[in-house]
Design a binder for this molecule. Structure first.
Ligand code: FES
Length: 280
């Protein structure tokens, strides 16, 4: 059992929770996730990216959008109550290295949550970090302060122009790829369609692009096959081979078709990076 230490509502249906989990807090690295079991009656395990950790307090932070049955159940939990179990850290950590050129981190909707520890890790490795974060409107933009803390430059885009540029995140991304200071790497996390178009934007410039996939996930152990995706010519499992992959090799259309197959079973929706209902 893991105690909820703090609960904060970040926007209409996006919540942040700090949960007691000292061992996971100690071990976790940027890019990894946990499987959360809300209670024994609702046996589904929900994958959620670890958005942060405090090793002194022994807590981890998760951020999720309450749109499916399971995520709504988590949102009903209050400070002092317990989560049945947390399993993790799972998945391959983000590959962090020092580059001579900037790293551009792109986050859409609730995808900004898993992006934040990656922005921090690239900054702490000594990189110039340019972050592009987007949302449908100003009220839905999350974690701007945290992203600013670890970025040399932040570009904000909203669909309705209520804050920052009235643009899709791919517009400033293209400009950066065309500039003299071409990014060494781009990390894009958000709705599948956003990641697809970020990868298509960077491909002509040959800029390596990491994406964090948000597939259906069931057992999280590589056994059930629920999270399989096609990357290049190979079948990969997001839970053990990912969640991060080379965005230029991912078959996004295939992945999105598989996600649509499960639309009616929304309590099986995975929340790595972004709920598949699309927060942005
Ligand atoms: Fe079952 Fe990945 S969740 S194989």
């Amino acid at each position: 059992m893991n105690k909820i230490i703090k609960k904060t509502q970040l926007s209409d249906d996006v919540y942040q929770m700090e949960i007691e989990a000292p061992l996971i807090a100690e071990e976790r690295k940027a890019g990894q996730f946990i499987l959360l079991l809300i209670d024994l009656e609702h046996g589904e395990r929900i994958p959620l990216t670890i958005a942060g950790a405090d090793t002194e307090k022994g807590t981890i932070t998760i951020i999720f959008q309450a749109v499916g049955d399971s995520t709504k159940l988590i949102a009903q939990k209050e400070e002092g109550e317990f989560i049945e179990s947390l399993l993790g850290p799972l998945g391959t950590p983000t590959h962090i290295q020092k580059y001579d050129k900037p790293v551009v981190c792109v986050g859409g909707g609730i995808g900004v949550a898993p992006l934040t520890p990656i922005v921090q890790a690239f900054k702490e490795a000594g990189n110039e970090v340019i972050s592009i974060i987007g949302a449908r409107n100003k009220d839905l933009l999350i974690l701007e302060k945290e992203i600013r803390k670890y970025s040399d430059e932040v570009i904000i885009c909203t669909d309705d122009g209520s804050y920052g540029r009235k643009d899709l995140v791919t517009a400033p991304l293209k400009e950066l790829c065309e500039s003299d200071n071409v990014p060494a790497e781009v990390v894009a996390i958000g709705p599948p369609v956003m990641m697809k178009f970020c990868a298509l934007t960077t491909k002509p410039y040959n800029v390596y692009t990491t994406v964090s996939l948000n597939t259906i996930m069931i057992d999280g152990t590589g056994m059930c096959g629920g999270c399989r995706v096609t990357v290049g010519d190979e079948t990969k499992f997001v839970c053990i081979d990912g969640p991060e992959f080379d965005g230029h090799l991912v078959d996004f259309d295939n992945m999105m078709n598989r996600l649509n197959t499960y639309k009616d079973q929304e309590d099986h929706v995975c929340n790595i990076g972004l709920d598949n209902k699309g927060a942005k």
